[in-house]
Design a protein around this ligand. Structure first.
Ligand SMILES: Cc1cc2nc3c(=O)[nH]c(=O)nc-3n(C[C@H](O)[C@H](O)[C@H](O)COP(=O)(O)OP(=O)(O)OC[C@H]3O[C@@H](n4cnc5c(N)ncnc54)[C@H](O)[C@@H]3O)c2cc1C
Length: 340
C-alpha cells in the first residue's frame, strides 16, 4: 500500500477546515464544518484550525476565530484571489505538510470537491466524498465518515486508519452552523505562497453569478412531488404567504415542471427548515434524507400507507388539491395569509 506523505507518528492532533471564501465572503458550508469540527475536536481534546487562502482576506481571520477555531493558517497572494486548482493545491499541500493535521475537511462545493480530490492524490491519502455524518473514534483518533451508497440502500462507514490527513467532504446543509461568538484571538500562521503565472494552466476570464435560490436557508418549505402534477403555482402561493420557498422531489424536476436547483434529497439539496409541508410525495429514502433535519414535517398524501407518513410529524390523508385550498382558507381566517 502506498504510504501517505506523513503518517500517524507525525500527525498533530488537530482538525482543519478549508475556510473557502468567494469575493471575501466565507461559504456557509465552511461555517457549518467549523461548527462540526469544534464539536468533534472538543470530544477528543484536539485543536481546530481554519485554512484560509485568498488575496486581501485577512479580515476573515477574525470571523474564523469567532466560529471557534484555535488557529488560522493564512496564505495571501494575488494569484489566490480567484480559485484555481493549480494555485490552491500546491499552497494547501504546503500548509498541510507543515501543520500535519490528523483530519482535513472541505465543503462539497465545486471548488472544495476539486481541491480535495487533487490533494488526495498529492498527499497520497484517502478522501471520503459527500459524507452524511462524521465522528472520531476516541480510542484511536480515526475519523469515521458515513456515506450512503446504492441509492440509499447501503450506509457505509469509511475509515482511513493509516493515512494522514484523513480527508472528507460534506455537502452544504448537512450540519447546522453555529452562531458566531465574540472573536477570541488565536494563533495565525502565515504561509508564503510561492506562485507564478506560469504555474496556472487555467485562467478565469469571467465569473457570472446566476440568480440561484438557496433552499438551505428557507425557514418554511412547501415541497411538491409527483402527486401535485406540476401545479407548483398552488404551492408557490402558499409558500409566499408563509414567507417560505418551494422545493420538489426528483420526478417533477425530471419532467421539467420546476428547476433542478429546487430538487431536495440525496442528489439535490439537503435542507433544515423549521416547517416542511410535503405534498403528494411518497417518501422515498433518497428524498427523505433531504429534510430529515426539518423541525416539523407536515405530509399530505391520498395513500394512507405512504412511507412519508412514518416520517412526518403531522399526517393528512387527503387530496392535495382539496387540502391546500382548505389550508389556505384556514390561514386566511386566522389572518396569516393576505386575502386575494
Ligand atoms: C441514486 C438515486 C438518487 C435519487 N435522488 C433523489 C433526490 O435527490 N430527491 C428525490 O426526491 N428523489 C430522488 N430519487 C428518486 C426517489 O427514489 C423517488 O423515486 C422519488 O423521490 C419519488 O418522488 P415522489 O414521491 O414525488 O413520487 P412518487 O413516488 O411517484 O409518489 C407520488 C405520491 O403522491 C401521492 N399522490 C398522488 N396524487 C395525489 C394527490 N392528488 N394528493 C395527495 N397525494 C397524491 C401518491 O399517493 C404517491 O405517494 C433518487 C433515486 C435514485 C436511485
Amino acid at each position: 500500500m502506498v504510504e501517505s506523505l506523513y503518517g500517524l507518528e507525525e500527525e498533530k492532533k488537530s482538525i482543519w477546515v478549508f475556510a473557502e471564501q468567494t469575493d471575501g465572503v466565507l461559504e456557509g458550508v465552511s461555517l457549518e464544518l467549523l461548527a462540526k469540527g469544534r464539536q468533534l475536536a472538543d470530544e477528543v481534546g484536539w485543536q481546530l484550525g481554519g485554512l484560509l487562502l485568498g488575496h486581501q482576506v485577512e479580515g476573515l481571520v477574525e470571523e474564523i476565530f469567532a466560529h471557534n477555531a484555535d488557529e488560522v493558517w493564512l496564505a495571501d497572494h494575488p494569484l489566490l484571489e480567484v480559485y484555481t486548482v493549480d494555485a490552491y493545491a500546491p499552497v494547501t499541500q504546503e500548509a498541510i505538510s507543515r501543520g500535519k493535521p490528523s483530519i482535513f475537511l472541505a465543503g462539497a462545493t465545486p471548488n472544495g470537491r476539486d481541491l480535495a480530490g487533487r490533494l488526495g492524490v498529492r498527499l497520497r491519502t484517502g478522501l471520503t466524498a459527500d459524507c452524511t455524518d462524521l465522528r472520531i473514534n476516541p480510542e484511536n483518533g480515526v475519523l469515521v465518515s458515513e456515506v450512503t451508497g446504492f441509492g440509499g440502500g447501503v450506509l457505509a462507514l469509511i475509515e482511513a486508519p493509516k493515512h494522514r490527513p484523513q480527508m472528507a467532504t460534506v455537502r452544504p446543509g448537512v450540519f447546522p452552523p453555529a452562531e458566531a461568538g465574540p472573536s477570541k484571538p488565536g494563533r495565525v500562521v502565515k504561509i508564503d505562497a510561492e506562485l507564478s503565472e506560469e504555474m496556472l494552466r487555467t485562467q478565469v476570464v469571467e465569473r457570472v453569478i446566476g440568480e440561484g435560490v438557496d433552499l438551505t436557508r428557507a425557514p418554511v418549505l412547501v415541497i411538491g412531488g409527483r402527486g401535485v402534477e406540476g401545479h407548483f403555482d398552488m404551492l408557490s402561493e402558499l409558500a409566499q404567504s408563509l414567507e417560505g420557498d418551494i422545493g420538489a422531489t426528483r420526478p417533477p424536476v425530471d419532467d421539467g415542471y420546476i428547476d433542478r436547483e429546487r430538487q431536495i434529497g440525496q442528489t439535490g439539496v439537503i435542507c433544515r427548515p423549521k416547517v416542511a409541508i410535503v405534498c403528494g410525495v411518497s417518501g422515498a429514502f433518497q428524498f427523505v434524507v433531504g429534510i430529515q433535519e426539518a423541525d416539523t414535517v407536515i405530509a399530505i398524501n391520498t395513500d394512507p400507507e405512504a412511507p412519508i407518513f412514518e416520517f412526518a410529524d403531522y399526517c393528512i390523508v387527503g387530496d392535495v388539491f382539496q387540502v391546500l385550498p382548505a389550508l389556505k382558507q384556514a390561514l386566511q381566517a386566522a389572518d396569516k395569509v393576505p386575502h386575494v
